[in-house]
Every structure is written in C-alpha cells, then in structure tokens.
Design a protein around this ligand. Structure first.
Ligand code: 6R9
Length: 645
C-alpha cells in the first residue's frame, strides 16, 4: 500500500481555517470536555429556545438512546435560509447545472426563501402536518431542495428515494414510512435519457395504499397520466398559495428525515436523523473539512437521493450560507470533459466526488482534462468507498495539478456527516487513507472478540461514543437499530467496516466486513438482491457476493439454483438481470450470474459465503477448508463452471 506523504501545501498551512495546532487543541478539548466543546459548536446555528442540556446518550444494548441539545428548539429551514437573508438575499444559494450544458439557473437566498415557502404551503394545503412523512422521488432539480427544505420548514419528515430506484423499491419505502404525500416529476433527464418518474410512481401506487396526494413537478413537459383527485401539478398548486410561510418551532430531537439504506440482512432500513445535532454536525464538518470560505462555489456531485446529497449538497452548505452547485447530469455526457467544463463555467473552488467517477474518467485519459483550465479549483474531496492510490494520485496530479489537497472523507448514512477525514490546513495526506478522526469522534479498532487493539493494527472499526449527527433509530423499529449497531461490540457503535491504523495514527478503511457490498459508491445488501432473485418463479435459491471490479469498486456476482424443470439458458440469465433491475433498480443488476446445481452449505444449512467470494474473485487456490461442507462436490462444480474460468 502506498504510504507516500503529501505535506500540507504552504498556502493552506498559513491561511486555512484550522491548522495542525488548532486540530490538536480542538481534538483534545472534545475529548476532555465534550459537553463544553459541543455547546460551543452548537452556536454555529441559531436556536429559538437555547438548550441547557448538551449530551444525553447511551450505547447500552438494552437502552440505546441518543439525544443532543434535547431541550433546545430551532428550525433547519430557518437556519439554512431565513437567518442569511439580511446579508445574503441577493447571493446565489444554489447553482443548478442541467443535463443539457446549455441550461443552468441561479437561485438566490431570497428566491430560495420564496420557493421553499410556496412549497411548504402546497404541502400544508395537502394536509401535511408536523411529523408526517413526505416521500420525495425527484431528479436533481432545484425543486428537490425546495421540497426537502419545505418539509423541514413545517416540521414534516422527508424520505427522499433515489430516482434510480424501481417502482417496487419505491413502494416498499412509501409503505414503510406510511407517507400519504408523494412529490415527483413528470420525468427525469440524465445523460440525455429520460427517466419515467411519474409512471414509476403510478406503478408503485398500485402496490401500496394510503397515498392521498401526488404532487408532480414539471421537468421535461412530457405527457403523463394524471389521476383526478390524487395527482396535482406543482406549478398550479404553487401559484395558488401564499409566498410566505412561517417556520415551525422544532425540538432538537424532532426527526428531520428518514433515509433508507441497505444493511447485511433483510430489507433496507429507514435511518432516522433529527434536527439540532445533525445540523450542527454537518455545518461544522462542511466548514472544517472543505475549509469553506464565504463567496466560494462548492460542488458535491452526489445525488440528493443519498446521504451525501442531504448533508453536503443541501444542509451543511446552506447552513453555512454557501453557494452550492447541483448537477442534474452525469460525468460523461455530452462527453468526458463535462465535470471539468462545469468547474470552469461556474468557477468552482471545491469539488467533491466519488472514486468510481474518478476511475471512469481516469480511463478516458488526461487529454480531456487538460483541455480545460480548472484554475478556480482549490480543494478536492472523495467519498463513498475506499479510493485506490492510483486514482488518488491521478485526481491529485491531473485534475488538481498538484496544488489541491484531497480530503478523503469516511462516513455513512448512519453517521449523518463526516467522521474521519483530513483537514486541508492541518493534515499531511497519504493516498488511500481517510487519515484522522474529526473532533468529538473516537474511533477504535477491535478484534473479532471485541478486544480494543492499540497502536498500529487492523480489525473492525467501531466508534466508542456518540456524536451529534448520529442516527437516532430505525424508523418504526428501535430494536433493529439496537441489534444492528450495538450488539456486536457492547457499548460501542459498530460501523460494519474494517480498518487498519498505521503508526502515525492514520486510518485506512479496508471495506465492509458484513454482507453489504459497495457498487460504484452505492450501498447494497446482498440479502436484498437475493430476495429479489428468489422472487422469480424459476429461481429456487440465490447467493450474492461482491468481487473486485476495476471501475465500480465491487461488482455483483450472483449464484443461482433453479426450480425443477427450469433450464439454465442465456435467455434466462438476461431475464434475471432485467428482473433485478425492475425489482430494485439498475444499480442492483448483477454483473455475473452463475447457474449452479447447488450452493456450498454447512451441515446445518448455512451458505458458505467465504467460499463463494473466493470463487467469484477467481482465487481457486485459496478456498480453505471445505471439509465441513454438506456436499464438497458442489464446490468443484462451481469452480469448473465459473463463467470465464
Ligand atoms: C457517505 C456514504 C457508507 C459506506 C461505509 C464504507 C464506505 C464511505 C468512504 C468509504 C472508504 C471512504 N465509505 N466513504 N470507504 N473510504 N472515504 O457513502 O454513506 O452510502 O451509507 O455508505 O461506504 O464502507 O460504511 P453510505
């Protein structure tokens, strides 16, 4: 592994918000006086009623309870909009860059206020009240931000569902959240292709009851079916309501949003984030990690359907009064220069993307990058999966021309915001390492027995105590929350990731140690894909594992056994790929399907995933002990018939 050290550039050392000394002082203070440290940090946001209690948390499996600033009240939309109006009403809050390079739009803080108020009034008109869940299934258009902030303004809880999810997946999330209002668009547009969002909603609503209103934003103007009494055009609704809407006074622990994410078992969980602590955490980390300065243009390429979009397109930047760029398109449309052209067009200073995009663009060579200037760039970021040192070096040398530090930020849907990352003015960088914990974050590495390892070591990553942005529960299932995150290592939050710590105290995330796979930075549970496969009438059993993939990080490898009488044909293989796309979405489509007469199982009937992973990786020599298998012959067959073996 590369251990090349990139020192803090001189310019950053002198002028960054936080230097090495500050980092140590702040970290020390957060460790020795956490309540005082967080009470100070909480002053970054405006409170309606100030809190008197800072931290009240327990990781005890029998009583998992996480509360921050619990007697304070505030409102997230007020913090992201209203409090900026006296000095930023004419400053751009959101730059929207369309899929078509000819389309862009600037939304000032003043306009944002009006748009969010109107959206909030439309929701109210449709009966949405404090605590109600609103499902948002929109493309990357400013209305997605308006809708989310409108929920926050009136105290409704948003559940944003990524536009790439299928009607089936959408239906499951609407049902779990018991949403009675859905916000969507006629169509989405990505890479020149139309995404039939409204018709997906129609299909989803055939499977779930209780949705009273569907609000349809016009994006492409395509003709879509409108069910009278249920479906409403957003533009007509917005024109009929008042342009002002007071913000609701929310308790710090009132839920702000639910976001569904994959785990190692069962269907995706609705991770719940609350109001005060979350906003403090994302405002602090957006400013510190990206060294954000007033007036800069900041661009995070994530989709608002993922947590990165929630925390670092919307809430963190807007809480800080930043100008945040929202991009509707994809990196290779109209061609592979798109990212760099957008950076030049809008004078982007800070650019935050995922390793999978960097690897794909790296494969297109240096020429397209060099055709652009990128002189506005000051800082680069990475998120979503481990970044391999080759991609890191290319990003640094070619995209950033050696002058821009790269902040490799490790965090999760459940953590709300960044927990481990370099600070550009403080931390010397090592390509591939997320480096050191931020203030108030206490990571530990434990072995399988739960022993805390010290010094340089490798094991499972846990966090020893709570931080304000932490998820509070799983929607409707607190027991599942406790079991998933607090049962493996009593008294600690288990991340599901493996990590190594080197002699300098730097963390190197090695990837998931559970049955979650990371495909192009998207988190997928193997159990979800398996249950989609076995829902097909010809499939008897399925086991899914990840395998190394050059561009995606991990690819999806599915082993499938068929029902009596079904035949393993090329046609069926294609049909199953299509089936999974329809059940979950294109991101879950298997890269490889291997038909098998049986799966390797222990005598007690447990599928031996370790062996399936090795076969998928093509490491036939390293299968280990197969003597405990019920039928060792199954493994020989799998190796013999592996596609491409
Ligand atoms: C923010 C986000 C979380 C999982 C996480 C880990 C992987 C994210 C990473 C990283 C190495 C980084 N991950 N950032 N691994 N280095 N900088 O991606 O949330 O979708 O919930 O995924 O992603 O495995 O556990 P989420």
């Amino acid at each position: 592994m590369s251990e090349k050290l990139h020192p803090v550039p001189a310019g950053f050392e002198k002028s960054a918000r936080i230097n090495e000394q500050d980092y140590h002082a702040l970290y020390e203070r957060s460790l020795t006086s956490p309540a005082a440290f967080w009470a100070e940090q909480a002053q970054r946001i405006d409170w309606i009623t100030p809190f008197t209690k800072v931290k009240h948390t327990s990781f005890d499996i029998h009583n998992v309870s996480i509360r921050w600033f619990e007697d304070g009240t505030t409102n997230v939309a007020m913090n992201c909009i209203d409090r900026h109006l006296p000095h930023r009403a004419h400053q751009t809050a959101i730059i929207w860059e369309g899929d078509d390079p000819a389309l862009s739009r600037h939304v000032t803080y003043g306009e944002l206020h009006e748009q969010v108020c109107r959206f909030a009034n439309v929701l109210k008109k449709h009966g949405v009240k404090k605590g109600d869940r609103v499902t948002i299934y929109l493309p990357m258009i400013p209305e997605a931000a308006f809708a989310m902030l409108a929920c926050a303004r009136i105290g409704a809880v948003h559940s944003v569902v990524f536009g790439g999810f299928s009607p089936e997946a959408l239906a499951g999330r609407i049902a779990d959240a018991a949403s009675d209002v859905v916000v969507t668009a006629d169509e989405g547009l990505r890479g020149g292709r139309r995404v039939p969002l409204k018709s997906n909603v129609d299909a989803a609503l055939e499977k779930v009851e209780g949705v009273k209103s569907v609000i349809v934003v016009t994006r492409t103007g395509a003709e879509v079916d409108m069910t009278p009494g249920r479906d409403y055009r957003y533009e007509e609704e917005a024109a009929s309501v008042h342009a002002d809407c007071p913000y609701a006074e929310m308790n710090a622990e009132d839920p702000l949003f639910i976001l569904y994410t994959s785990g190692s078992t069962g269907q995706p969980k609705g991770v719940v984030h609350t109001t005060g602590g979350y906003l403090v955490h994302v405002a602090l980390t957006h400013e510190a990690v990206f060294d954000y300065r007033d007036g800069e243009v900041y661009w995070c390429t994530a989709d608002v359907g993922w947590v990165t979009g929630h925390s670092y397109i919307l809430y963190g930047p807007l809480a800080n009064g930043a100008t945040t760029l929202m991009f509707e398109g994809v990196p290779n449309y109209p061609d592979v220069r798109r990212f760099w052209e957008v950076i030049d067009k809008h004078k982007v200073s800070i650019f935050y993307t995922a390793p999978t995009a960097i690897r794909a663009l790296m494969a297109a060579g240096e020429e397209p990058v060099k055709k652009t200037s990128r002189k506005s760039l000051r800082l680069l970021g990475s998120v979503g999966e481990p970044i391999n040192p080759e991609a890191w070096e290319w990003y640094h040398r070619v995209v950033g021309e050696g002058r821009c530090p790269i902040v490799d930020t490790w965090w999760q849907t459940e953590t709300g915001g960044i927990l481990i990352a370099p600070l550009p003015g403080a931390t010397a960088l090592k390509p591939g390492s997320a480096t050191r914990p931020l203030f108030g974050v206490f990571p530990e590495i434990v072995d399988a027995g739960g022993n805390v390892l010290t010094g340089a070591c490798e094991g499972n990553l846990v966090i020893a105590d709570s931080w304000p942005g932490q998820a509070r529960t799983v929607f409707g299932d607190h027991e599942r929350f406790a079991q998933t995150y607090f049962s493996a290592y009593p008294g600690k939050y288990f991340t599901g990731d493996g990590a190594r710590r080197d002699a300098d105290g730097y963390y190197w995330i090695t990837g998931r140690v559970d049955d979650v796979i990371n495909v192009s930075g998207h988190r997928l549970g193997t159990a979800e894909i398996e249950s989609a496969l076995v829902a097909h009438e010809k499939v008897s059993e399925a086991a899914v594992v990840g395998y190394p993939h050059d561009l995606k990080g991990q690819g999806i490898y599915a082993y499938v056994t068929l029902m009596e009488g079904a035949h393993a044909t090329e046609h069926l293989r294609k049909e199953l790929v299509k089936w999974v796309r329809a059940e979950i979405g294109p991101i879950a489509a298997p890269d490889v399907i291997q038909f098998a007469s049986g799966l390797p199982k222990t005598r007690s009937g447990k599928i031996m995933r370790r062996i399936l992973r090795k076969i998928a990786e093509g490491e036939f020599g390293a299968l280990g002990d197969t003597s405990t298998l019920a039928d060792p012959g199954v493994v020989e067959e799998l190796v013999r018939e592996r596609p491409g073996a």
